[in-house]
Design a protein. Structure first.
Length: 598
């Protein structure tokens, strides 16, 4: 691909910045001309290095050498306002919606790859100067930075000696596209400061274009100027197209594509429609006759395949592990490492960091050399890979799975202590990542007894009055309907709980106990329709108008109708959860005694 040609950046700067600078008398023409040349050189170096870095990536299948992303990238659809869908072929398709965009999507849906596609696409367009920032790096900064300082430092590190005042004029001109990847990877205690700095940066340099990617995050309430676009799941045609592009054992790949077409996609859509999980399905397809229904079994199969094959793209390929550990022992060591790094919020490490972590690990009857084990992770299983001078997880969902596995194997008291520590250290992450979701699936009774029930007892201690009202007021900020749907309206709810509110964790856990099935879907739709009719016909309000929680509770009929909707159902589960779990625990004890006495 042809990169920015020499002088192209200078031309962009002249197009955007020079009209404004003509009004600034204190800038000498010779100085400005010199700045444009320096700017051109500095950003050309940055863009060249960035293109080399972001145009090739490693994946769970391409683990030993990075591959050009367009050899296996399937352009996703994005959803705007809950119904409008478009394919993100060009960055212009996104930027015509707004200068300020958030792209949200679940883990493994391909957000980072999409962001890299948008970066490369803007290089091809040559109309804006793209700047790509990985937000996980914010975790290493003290709380005294500004966003423009980070950008200026990047240029300085490339050997440029730009006049910082002139860079300010360039930033104010609107010639940049800023791509901020992985907002959800910023630690909770660092998020508020980053948001304030980001908000001030957007205020000051509002003419530029901004795209942020993140996992779903409490409706992004604070990002009021940003439009949220949702990354759509892969269709069957997209899933088959993606697999056809992957370099893999041809016979296995063809059989897998045929199986996707005939039944596999429909039967396991939640996996097959997610690019990462689709890759894992292909990875394990030849080893396992059945695709598991549970997410944790999915990752277990994938790790066992990586351990046994060591090159997933070749059927039957295997080499010895340097550490010499058996599969169960290898898993125990890795789960220990994943827990330690997850609780610290670390997903990237120096070589010396890895050595320190593995030398800390002490497991009865398991001995290994740290250097040999690290070599196996990087070179044999490739669940870690080298990126520049540091090392990263092939995908952080593996870290989440093994953290859940570590908790599962702990004795009850240790699980209770460690689980509580993990939740309260980062409540938002505890509710939104997959660690506790997978732990619930792995060991439902232990999760309920040691983690969920103690948290509920702590929350409800000293609660006065109706528990439903307590959870409703703590959870719901306001309700409204999608104004585009006057009939069969979609009920939208502003969830009040913040990222540091333990109620958010309970709200997420309540999902485990929702009744599934067609009967529920029909009942929920009918209740939403009844509520919409009351709001529009009786109250005389529009579908898109927000109704605050205080008003809901003052209107007895309105409150009763809300209670019958999906959010009312969720709150009812939260309010009843402690009693339900205590009854479940007592029944389990009774059943056990009955079994012993028989």
């Amino acid at each position: 691909m042809e990169l920015f040609a020499a002088g192209c950046l200078k031309a962009i700067l002249e197009k955007y910045a020079e009209p404004a600078l003509k009004k600034v008398i204190e800038i000498h023409k010779d100085e400005w001309e010199k700045f444009k040349v320096d700017f051109d050189i500095a950003f050309l170096k940055y863009l060249k290095n960035s293109y080399e870095k972001y145009s090739k990536i490693k994946t769970i299948l391409y683990r030993t050498s990075p591959q050009y992303i367009y050899d296996f990238f399937e352009v996703p659809f994005l959803e705007h306002r809950g119904s409008d869908r478009f394919k993100a072929v060009s960055v212009d398709d996104i930027l015509e919606i707004s200068n300020f965009i958030i792209i949200q999507g679940t883990g493994g849906i391909g957000k980072s790859t999409l962001m890299k596609h948008l970066f490369i696409n803007e290089l091809e367009q040559k109309s804006l100067i793209p700047v790509f920032l990985e937000l996980k790096d914010i975790n290493d900064l003290e709380k005294n930075y500004e966003i423009n300082d980070i950008i200026y430092e990047k240029l300085q590190n490339l050997g440029s000696h730009l006049n910082k005042d002139y860079l300010e004029y360039a930033l104010a001109s609107g010639c940049f596209l800023f791509l901020f990847d992985g907002y959800d990877e910023i630690l909770t205690d660092k998020k508020d400061y980053f948001f304030k700095r980001m908000d001030a940066f957007c205020d000051k340099y509002s003419e530029n274009y901004y795209i942020i990617s993140s996992r779903p995050y409490s409706e992004f309430i604070e990002f009021q100027r940003f439009t949220v676009l949702k990354t759509c799941s892969l269709s069957k045609e997209q899933a088959m197209s993606l697999v056809s592009k992957i370099e893999f054992d041809k016979d296995i790949r063809n059989r897998f594509i045929k199986a996707l077409d005939t039944e596999l996609y429909e039967k396991h859509k939640s996996f097959a429609a997610n690019p990462l999980l689709l890759n894992i399905m292909l990875l394990t397809y030849d080893n396992y006759a059945e695709i598991p229904e549970k997410l944790h079994l999915f990752y277990e199969n994938a790790f066992e395949t990586l351990y046994s094959k060591h090159d997933a793209t070749k059927a039957g390929y295997r080499r010895e592990l340097r550490s010499g550990l058996a599969y169960d022992s290898f898993k125990k060591v890795f789960s220990y490492f994943c827990f330690m790094t997850y609780i610290e919020g670390k997903i990237e490490f120096s070589r010396s960091d890895l050595g320190v972590y593995f030398k800390k690990i002490s497991i009865n009857k398991i001995t290994f050399e740290a250097d040999d084990y690290i070599y196996d992770l990087i070179n044999s299983l490739c669940v870690l890979y080298k990126d520049g001078l540091n090392y990263k997880f092939a995908h952080r969902s593996f870290q989440e799975y093994f953290t859940a596995l570590f908790l599962k194997e702990l004795p009850d008291e240790s699980m209770k202590k460690m689980g509580r520590e993990l939740i309260y250290r980062d409540i938002f992450r505890a509710g939104h990542d997959n660690v506790f979701h997978m732990l619930y699936d792995m060991a439902e009774a232990k999760f309920e007894q040691n983690i969920l029930l103690p948290v509920l007892q702590e929350i409800e201690q000293g609660t006065v009055g109706d528990k439903y009202d307590f959870y409703f007021v703590r959870s719901v900020g306001a309700i409204r309907f999608n104004k585009k749907r006057e009939k069969n309206g979609m009920l939208l709810v502003l969830i009040k709980v913040g990222r540091e509110d333990i109620i958010d964790f309970i709200y997420r856990c309540a999902y485990y106990y929702i009744e599934k099935g067609e009967g529920r879907s029909k009942r929920i739709q009918e209740s939403s329709d009844n509520l919409l009719r009351y709001i529009t016909d009786i109250m005389g309000r529009s579908a898109g108008e927000s109704i605050e929680v205080e008003e809901i509770m003052e209107d007895e009929v309105l409150y009763d109708l809300v209670k019958k909707t999906w959010i009312g159902e969720r709150v009812a589960i939260m309010a009843n959860m402690q009693d339900m779990l205590e009854e479940k625990q007592e029944k389990a004890k009774t059943d056990l005694w009955s079994l012993l006495e028989s």
